[in-house]
Write a protein that binds this ligand. Structure first.
Ligand code: PMP
Length: 426
């Protein structure tokens, strides 16, 4: 049946008249599941149309610098994969993921001190984003509480909200998540009778805060987790991208039963291949596999084989060093420009790895309200409120230095500094 023109009344001779529908009112509005009510567009996706304009310097999206990959070598490798391995590369595969890739994932995790992981405890996922969704599906009922740093990764908050879990934020400072604040939150939740399902944490080069949890805090946080029988979900896509030091020892390396570890090849190789993973104790792993089979049947075969072959045949650790050098230069350009140009009263974090600087505006300014003026000045950032589940963060913004070239970064920060100055003069 041809669909009616949405803004004209429907109903001609012989037809039951249908009330006119305003095109902007959703006729299915009362039929959606309650869980869709918590779903909202992220601050980052909302910026997509703006940041793709060539005149805009985008310090908004966290897009990896994939042009630094050896594209010809990767292209030939994928071609040879299909011709060499044949139809298998184009077939369905195991719900848990390719066994060879799971072995190689264990080698990657060993770089962060996880030396006891078995491939049988690994589930390959469509990026670590799907891993987050699976873990949340497996553990959270509506109303359950997830503890998360303040601020936290916007994509994780979206998953928790879609599952109707409640997020309780836990303070962080320059050393990462504050152990006392974690303990206070646990005591508070216990007193209220909340079911705390897990702590979600990004210990390395935090998104958006750019902060790394210190060794001393890692020990204390695991002690608290032990004392309160708390499950920890360790999200670690950036851990191998440290500029000035060796990777930190993962939380999972300290406790194999209490920590569920999420990893990804998006930042160390390619985000477009969409390959990530979960490492979990066997009982949890079983549930995760059932959940992923219900969701996607199996992760994509071709991209899993591509990642496994890349790890087997290409100098991937060298490539990570190439990424590190590139991101270090961009981080330096960002920090130097901020120091030279930002008006007094502005503060920011100094990441030693990863993609992000977290900037606090002079008191009284609001990053979200300022955004239209920044866009008019051709610079984009992500306002801080998107990184909180409870409306905090007005005075903050996230700046990503991973994608623009150093000169563009300097120009972007110059434009941003002018916008902030103008805002202070208003
Ligand atoms: N966790 C964090 C902290 C992230 O920053 C990202 C990507 N920006 C993800 C998970 C998801 O990454 P992917 O699905 O590409 O592995």
């Amino acid at each position: 049946m041809p669909s009616p023109t949405p803004d004209l009344p429907v109903g001609t001779a012989g037809q039951v008249p249908v009330p006119a529908r305003h095109p902007r009112l959703d006729p299915l509005a009362d039929r959606y599941a309650a869980r869709t009510h918590g779903m909202k567009s992220s601050e980052i996706r909302a910026l997509f149309s703006v940041v793709s304009r060539p005149e805009v310097v985008s310090l908004a999206g966290g897009m990896p610098a994939v042009t630094a990959l050896p594209l010809d070598a990767v292209g030939s490798m994928i071609g040879e994969l299909v011709s060499g391995m044949g139809a298998q590369t184009l077939q369905y595969g195991s719900g848990q993921g390719d066994p060879r890739l799971r072995e190689r994932i264990c080698d990657v995790m060993a770089l962060e001190g996880i030396t006891d992981a078995s491939p049988s405890e690994v589930v390959v996922t469509v990026g670590s984003q799907q891993a987050l969704d699976l873990v949340t599906r497996v553990f959270c009922d509506p109303g359950d509480v997830v503890l998360a740093e303040a601020p936290s990764y916007v994509g994780a908050l979206g998953v928790f909200q879609a599952a109707q879990a409640r997020v309780q934020h836990v303070a962080m400072d320059d050393d990462g998540l504050v152990p006392e604040a974690l303990e206070d939150a646990l005591v508070e939740c216990r007193a209220r009778g909340d079911k705390v399902k897990f702590l979600y944490t990004i210990p390395n080069f935090h998104n958006p805060a750019g902060i790394t949890l210190t060794e001393e805090r890692r020990v204390r946080i695991m002690e608290i987790a032990d004392r309160y029988d708390l499950l920890v979900v360790e999200d670690n896509p950036y851990g191998l991208l440290g500029f000035d030091r060796e990777p930190m020892r993962a939380l999972r390396a300290r406790d194999a039963e209490r920590v569920i570890y999420l990893g990804s090849f998006s930042k160390t190789f390619s985000p477009g291949l969409r390959v990530g993973w979960v490492l979990a104790p066997l009982a949890v792993r079983e549930k995760l596999v059932l959940a992923t089979e219900a969701q996607v049947l199996c992760p994509p075969s071709l991209t899993q084989y591509a990642v496994a072959r890349y790890l087997d045949t290409q100098p991937w650790q060298q490539q990570i060093k190439t990424f590190i050098e590139l991101y270090r230069e961009r981080r330096d350009a960002t920090l130097e420009s901020l120091a030279a140009l930002m008006p007094p009263g502005t503060t920011w974090t100094r990441p030693d790895g990863g993609f992000y600087v977290w900037l606090k505006l002079p008191s009284g300014l609001d990053a979200k309200l300022m955004q239209p003026r920044a866009v008019s000045a051709h610079v984009a950032y992500v306002p801080g409120i998107g990184f909180y589940a409870d409306g905090q963060g007005k005075e903050y913004m996230r700046l990503s230095y991973c994608y623009p070239e150093p000169d563009q970064i300097r120009e972007g920060v110059r434009r941003l500094a002018r916008v902030v100055e103008a805002e202070l003069d208003l």
